[in-house]
Design a protein around this ligand. Structure first.
Ligand code: NAP
Length: 339
């Protein structure tokens, strides 16, 4: 089969995703070329498609930040990867370590650098990350965005630990990774979800308690009850403004609320003042660095973590994969596999 790449023409919905033949790329200095084996879809890929992501997609870009492949060519000066290595890439093309700067977030695979929805991808050497050996290609293709942001939320500026309670909101892939990592870090986990099936799967993943928001719309009160009135120490707020007020009311004194979710309030609905309860911190974070990614991978390896996969699609059904991810409320990652 010939090599192919999908290209995104933003603001045209799924019709903006078209496929073309792809030449085998030649790496420049400090670049590697991978033959992609699998890639996965994130919420940001829909936002890029719809033109509501903070960084506009370059028209005609190859989408998707998350993927895994085998190195098939290396450019001059490359020392961080060799032919045959199984690698992925960081979300930001050049965010290696230390505090995040605005310049880091301005360069992203699948937005303004060609991403993973193709037979071949060109990666800057600085962004290359080797993936844990025990993961299948499908699993290893899911770590870059949701995996790393959940890890950064729970380990920066200081890791959560025993004696602390982490609240996760929703069952998107960020929250699912967060449940797994919080348990490994020794914390108790309370998870908010929307039904008994998802609650059962959260328990299997490690959640200690779940609260069904369809049965208990005032779930913040239940979280307070479960924490003897103290509130939780950490919130992984993986929905956004619609749930922020309840997250604040679920939190205890000096808690850390990490805002990851980008959902906005319905038009005309004002945001409740979040600064009325206990003294606490609310911060927004954007994924993480290569150092974060590699630290996460060491933990994934040590604890044999397996990302939750909902469904896979072959490359020639990539548009269907996007549609399924957008419309069918998956529990876990939606992955596209390459022939
Ligand atoms: N800042 C970053 O670096 C970063 C990185 C990755 C993702 N994100 C953002 O983080 C968010 C989560 O992404 P994701 O891919 O993990 O998940 P997602 O697919 O956006 O999460 C959807 C889940 O959230 C819950 N939910 C949705 N609306 C809700 C509401 N109004 N109230 C309560 N729960 C609600 C539902 O779970 P239940 O049915 O279980 O309730 C739903 O299945 C997105 O907004 C994404 O853009 C940010």
């Amino acid at each position: 089969m010939n090599a192919i790449a999908y290209h995104l023409d933003p603001l045209h919905g799924l019709a903006g995703l078209t496929v073309r033949e792809q030449e085998v790329p030649v790496p420049g200095p400090n670049q590697v070329v991978i033959k992609v084996r699998a890639a996965s879809v994130n919420r940001r890929d829909l936002m890029l498609m719809d033109g509501i992501y903070p960084l506009p997609a370059t028209p005609d870009i190859v989408p998707l930040s998350d993927g895994v492949g085998e190195v098939i060519a290396v450019g001059d000066n490359v020392t961080r990867a060799a032919l045959g290595d199984r690698v992925t890439a960081t979300y930001f093309v050049r965010f290696v370590s230390g505090p995040q700067r605005l310049a880091h977030v301005a360069e992203q695979y699948g937005a303004n650098y060609n991403g993973m929805l193709a037979t071949y991808a060109v990666l800057e050497e600085d962004s290359v990350v080797h993936v844990p050996d025990h993961l299948t290609d499908i699993e290893a293709a899911t770590l870059t965005c949701a995996g790393v942001v959940a890890w950064a939320a729970l380990t920066k500026p200081a890791p959560v630990g025993p004696g602390e309670t982490v609240l996760t909101v929703g069952t998107g892939t960020v929250a699912l990774f967060a449940v797994q990592y919080a348990k490994i870090l020794g914390a108790r986990v309370i998870s908010i979800t929307s039904g008994p099936d998802k609650a059962e799967r959260l328990h299997k993943l490690g959640a200690d308690e779940t609260v069904d928001r369809s049965e208990t719309p005032d779930w913040d009160e239940k979280v307070l009850e479960l924490t003897d009135g103290h509130g939780v120490e950490h919130v992984v707020e993986a929905v956004g403004l619609p749930t922020l007020s309840k997250s604040v009311r679920s939190a205890g004194y000096n808690a850390m609320i990490t805002m990851i979710g980008a959902s906005q309030l319905p038009k005309g609905q004002p945001l409740e003042n979040p600064f009325v309860g206990p003294y606490l911190a609310i911060r927004r974070i954007a994924v993480g660095s290569r150092d974060d990614f590699e630290a996460m991978n060491r933990t994934i390896t040590e604890h044999r973590v397996r990302p939750v996969i909902d469904r896979t699609f072959p490359l020639d059904q990539a548009v269907e994969a996007y549609r399924y991810f957008r419309d069918d409320n998956p529990f876990g990652k939606v992955v596209i596999t390459m022939p």
